[in-house]
Design a protein around this ligand. Structure first.
Ligand code: DGY
Length: 323
């Protein structure tokens, strides 16, 4: 029987690659070197399904390639701001993502960064690694207590809600949030959360602000100089969403000049080429986009893509279709 041709742009968990080999005429990326735009275009010309991920820029130019063969993009990732959805739709492509399976692990990284930033963990580790620690003292690396403080969430989707649960039930934090649409009130009530009328209100009230909005043009530089200045000088900003939601230069200025106390970042503008000034700062905790990086989650993400393309090739609706 003729097997659909599938191209995978990066290396995936071994179990998922084994499944792909069994089911499809698959081209894997064993070198794991990201595709160039030319390679991406060629993939769209030569495969029925292109399995991309958040590091692939699937823009109008790539999608407007002549003689396009691909019918479906199975994106390995819940965020799909790497794909020009408008052009994909115009080209008749189906696009799927991998929601649900990375919610808890990404929220865990949010809490990890919140704690690291509050308790100056990165600074402390550097002290030890640089062999500068000369012993305990009452005034060393004094951070901020987390328990009982207010966590402000910008966006209140699945990951924000998971982080709110961890923060509220684990650390007794008060939850406030801004979300453009009204979320399920039973969830809001279960967290004793308060919906704010604006991003500004969250920024000015919260001790910790965590970002959970999608990336893309609508949220680019949502957190800018003006908004950072609204935060408490003792506040911390956590970003596990997308790098360009925060204007890097404004955040660097805020951290240098003490408008806020610290930041915990898992995502950056122009990843992986983050602004080198971040490396010079003591009051920032930096992680290399680890949100979904657990064995269980990455396997589940791959399986989610398998389910989506299997549904498509069986002529049924892929469960995680976004376009
Ligand atoms: C996503 O899925 O969007 C993350 O950024 C990578 O797991």
């Amino acid at each position: 029987m003729h097997k659909p041709k599938v191209i995978v742009t990066r290396q995936w968990p071994a179990e998922v690659e084994t499944q792909l080999k069994a089911l499809y005429d698959v081209q894997l990326n064993t070198s794991d070197i990201p595709f160039t735009p030319e390679q991406l275009k060629h993939a769209f010309q030569s495969a029925d399904a292109v399995l991309t991920t958040v590091t692939d820029t699937i823009n109008a130019e790539v999608l407007s390639v002549e003689n396009i063969r691909a019918k479906i993009i199975g994106n390995f990732g819940v965020g799909y701001n790497n794909i020009d959805i408008v052009t994909a739709k115009a080209q008749g492509l189906v696009v799927t993502n991998t929601p649900h399976v990375l919610t808890e692990c990404t929220a865990d990284i949010g809490m990890l960064l919140l704690l690291m930033s509050a308790r100056r963990a990165s600074e402390g580790e550097r002290l030890i690694l640089n062999k500068q620690w000369i012993g305990w003292k009452p005034t060393q690396l004094i951070g901020q207590k987390v328990t009982g403080k207010t966590l402000g969430l910008i966006g209140f989707g699945r990951i924000a809600q998971a982080m709110a649960r961890k923060a509220h039930f684990g650390f007794g934090m008060k939850i406030i949030f801004f979300n453009p649409s009204a979320p399920d009130q039973t969830i809001v009530d279960s967290l004793q959360a308060t919906r704010c009328d604006s991003v500004e209100e969250v920024l000015s009230e919260a001790h910790f602000v965590s970002l959970h909005c999608p990336g893309g043009a609508a949220t680019k530089h949502l957190i800018n100089e003006e908004r950072l200045k609204l935060m408490r000088p003792s506040a911390h900003l956590i970003n596990t969403a997308r790098g360009d939601v925060v204007e890097s230069q404004a955040l660097i200025k805020a951290l240098k000049e003490g408008w806020i106390a610290g930041a915990g970042l898992d995502v950056f503008e122009n990843e992986p080429n983050l602004d080198p000034e971040f490396l010079e700062l003591n009051n920032v905790s930096l992680l290399p986009h680890l949100g979904s990086a657990t064995e269980e989650t990455r396997l589940a993400m791959g399986n989610r893509v398998l389910t989506n393309i299997a549904a498509y090739f069986a002529g049924t609706e892929p469960p995680d279709r976004v376009v």
